[in-house]
Design a protein around this ligand. Structure first.
Ligand SMILES: [Zn+2]
Length: 331
């Protein structure tokens, strides 16, 4: 009996490597999923017959560089999210080889990510990209969120009153709290881009009535193409409430101002906060202030408070995700 189980064990290992080990161990994740792009790549052209990404494994020095923050992001991610990452084909480090003229309109400050459906070989693939520029600044989570917020307001000039500053982002621990650093920034970006892939090819959130913050809700494909450009308002859907930074955050209804641009970003930003809420250590505090209007709220208290609309919306999104036939697999 003992011999038999030993044989089975030995035989099974080579076949189970990619998925089953990836999520338990950062070096397996890095080996099977992490790649660096070697040529310019345009995720926004996905769906056309543009070239698939050209990439290679990281050399030891690159692995050392890009493990900064990423190692802790992966280790601290909730188990379901580590599994989700391992279902995707790749996580690319993008050294931003694209000419600057083609970057306009899809980049966000402090780095960006992309998701892609790469079907050139007739095979759906999914991937997330992380800009290599992130490692130059290594922004902490509060700074990164403030920058994203400012960039969304900048793109939609005059459409939002007020100015949001994330004044505090803190991780919980047994000894109190500590500032949420670059690892939380990376986990947030990974969760955001994973959210795009999860959202993309199904309509379950609309069918389940999760979009309670929208007064006009179009069918999914009416709002965005296959690639959602950074910060661009949905073409057809209309939220109930996005006139001012104060109302967005004080209402306890939105994960972020970014979430108000489209139903997809509404789901994605809620999903991201849920991942950070379930991480260990979890994101304990995420304080947003606007001095002019007197806004001062903790978004994490809101998402945990069962009486807020944000909490109910998040619960609806999770129920809908769990009802998918294979919730972990995006296709
Ligand atoms: Zn997005």
């Amino acid at each position: 009996m003992k011999l038999l189980s030993l044989i089975v064990f030995v035989v099974l290992i080579p076949f189970s490597s990619a998925y089953s080990l990836c999520h338990d161990n950062f070096s397996d994740f890095a080996e099977s999923k992490l790649r660096i792009l070697t040529q310019e790549y345009h995720p926004e052209r996905v769906g056309s017959k543009d070239r698939p990404p050209q990439a290679r494994a990281l050399n030891p020095l690159e692995l050392q560089t890009y493990s900064i923050g990423l190692y802790d992001a992966f280790k601290g991610a909730p188990a379901f999210f580590r599994k989700q990452l391992c279902v995707f084909d790749y996580v690319f480090i993008d050294p931003d080889l694209n000419p600057p003229s083609t970057r306009a309109g899809r980049t966000s400050p402090g780095g960006w990510g992309f998701w892609a459906d790469l079907d050139q070989q007739g095979q759906p693939q999914s991937a997330i990209g992380l800009s290599a520029r992130l490692w130059e600044q290594q922004p902490d989570f509060a700074s990164h969120e403030t920058n994203i917020n400012a960039a969304v307001r900048g793109i939609n000039r005059g459409r939002y009153q007020g100015q949001a500053t994330y004044t505090s982002a803190r991780l919980g621990s047994t000894f109190g709290t500590r500032a949420a650093g670059f690892d939380t920034t990376l986990l947030g970006i990974l969760a955001h881009e994973a959210g795009h892939i999860l959202w993309r090819d199904q309509d379950v959130f609309r069918q389940r009535g999760c979009y309670t913050s929208w007064k006009r809700l179009s069918h999914r494909v009416a709002d965005n193409g296959r690639f959602q450009r950074f910060g661009i308002f949905a073409a057809r859907s209309e939220p109930r409430n996005r006139d001012s930074v104060y109302n967005i955050y004080a209402s306890g209804e939105w994960a972020s101002l970014f979430g108000t641009v489209s139903p997809s970003e509404d789901f994605i930003e809620s999903y991201k906060l849920n991942v950070l809420d379930l991480a260990s250590p979890r994101l304990e505090v995420l304080r947003v202030q606007d001095a002019q209007s007197g806004l001062d709220v903790d978004v994490m208290s809101q998402i945990r408070n069962p009486s807020t609309q944000l909490h109910m919306k998040k619960e609806c999104f999770i129920r809908a995700l769990n009802e998918l036939a294979v919730p972990l697999i995006p296709y």
